[in-house]
Each structure stands twice: as structure tokens, then as C-alpha cells.
Design a protein around this ligand. Sequence first.
Ligand code: NAP
Length: 258
Amino acid sequence: MPERILVTGGTGQLGRVVVQRLVAAGEQVRALSRRPRSGAGAQWTVGDLRSGRGLDVAVAGVDVIVHCATDFRHEVEVLRQLVEAARWGGQAPHVIYVSIAGVDRVPLGYYRAKLEAEQVLAGSGLPCTILRATQFHALVRAGLAAVARLPVVPVPRWRFQPVDVRDVAARLAELAVGEPQGRVADLGGPEVHSAADLVRAVLAASGRTKRVVPVWLPGRTYRAYADGGNLAVEHADGVITFEQYLAERGDAGALRYR
Ligand SMILES: NC(=O)c1ccc[n+]([C@@H]2O[C@H](COP(=O)([O-])OP(=O)(O)OC[C@H]3O[C@@H](n4cnc5c(N)ncnc54)[C@H](OP(=O)(O)O)[C@@H]3O)[C@@H](O)[C@H]2O)c1
């Protein structure tokens, strides 16, 4: 019997792929967005995780909720709304939360909120699973492409272990049809690279070379990243590399610079 699964953030970078995967696996998928949507083989429902509008309909009768929606400034509030809605009518669906590797090590406001959201979910009494992933390829590429516009490219002495959303979605799809497990092993991308190497790859992908200058910056957040707080080296379980991701985007660059 297929699960009835609600995917919040079904239009997002990750959520979109989660919906595709679950539908392809034959699951009954309901997907939440703040605006009317259709397609991808899902039943779409309109709701807002901040105001609570439409959530009663969104959660009605679901066995599992894969929470891929995120609100940068209201992450905890949104999670609380979801938990409250999930409990309506005495339901106790399995809630899966997507978090970020290093939320307990990197003192960024968003990371702190993700950590608090993890704790709220774990203490909610609902069956839950929490998966922390490293930075997605697209986020790393976008951040580096922004600095790569400068004539000389300053990059922090950080490393990244970018992971593909398809790898994260595959893990979430497995978790969605399994038993609740609390916090599971983090999911990291297959390779760790310095930000300098990654920016060179992004430059090469558009046929450019520029001088890349690794820089030190002050502050605890900088230090936490420099210490590898954002990595999941023990769990380099993703398979799609940053190089593959760039190549698929139509960018010819490779990580050939050292
Ligand atoms: N990006 C990364 O590198 C990374 C790394 C590790 C973990 N994560 C985590 O992975 C999750 C997904 O990230 P993402 O990058 O895929 O997100 P995203 O592309 O920014 O998508 C955000 C989604 O949240 C939905 N949303 C926002 N506010 C909402 C609200 N008030 N009510 C209902 N839906 C709302 C949006 O849906 P509509 O606009 O259609 O309403 C959208 O689908 C997040 O929890 C993030 O922290 C991300």
C-alpha cells in the first residue's frame, strides 16, 4: 500500500526533486505551495506555513510529511505551525526534517534556527527523522559565481563538500517509506574541495581564468567554517560530484586546478 506523503516546499530546489522521486516510486504525493500549482504527478495543495492557512487540508490523512519548505527568517515558527497542524485530529504522521550539516558548530543565525527547529521537532512527540545535509551544488556555485565577477577573486579559506539535490532527495525518499529514526547520519557530497578550487572550476566552466586569492576573515562564523564545521567528511555518501553538476549545466569546467 503506497504511503500518503505530504511534501512541503514541493516547488523548492530540493522539494521538487523529492516529489519527482516519490511519484516515480509509486507513492501518493501531496505537495504544498503558497500558490496554486499543478503537475509532476502530485496532488497540489495551497497553504502557508507562517499563517497556517490551508494546513488543515494539507495534512489531512497523510502518513508522512517530508518538510522541504524553509523560511530563512522564520524557520522555527514555520516548523511549529507544521507540528501543530500535523497533530490536528489526533494524527501522528512521521515528520522528516531537512537540516544542515554543522548547525551545532557554525554560529550563523539561520543555522541556530535550524538547530532549534530540530529540537522542537524531536520534543514534539511526533515520530520524526532528521537528516542534515551539506551545502547543495547550486548554492555553492551561486555564491562562488557572485565573487567570481570581481577582477581578482577573494575567497575565504573554507572547504565545501557540495551535495546534489538528487542524492539528498534519494535519501529522503528512502526515509519517507521507512520507520522514524530520529536523527540519522548526515549526508555529505562525495568530495571535499577548497573554496579556491571550486571558484576556479566555476570560472573555468565559463571559459575564464582569474587570480584567486584565499583570504582570512575575522569572526566566529568564519572560523567555524575554516575549521570544517560545515563538512560531513565521515558521510561522503552523495555520488554526484560538483564537476558533474557543472558539466550537466552546460558548463565545461572541471576541478583541474590546484
Ligand atoms: N540549499 C542548501 O544548500 C541546503 C543545504 C542543506 C540543507 N538545506 C535545507 O534543505 C531544505 C530545502 O532547501 P531548498 O534550498 O530546496 O529551499 P528553496 O529552494 O529555497 O525552497 C523553499 C521552499 O519553501 C517554500 N516556502 C517558503 N515559505 C513558505 C511558507 N510560509 N509556507 C509554505 N511554503 C513555504 C517555498 O514554496 P512556495 O514558494 O511554492 O510557497 C519553496 O518551495 C531547507 O530546509 C534547507 O535548510 C539546504
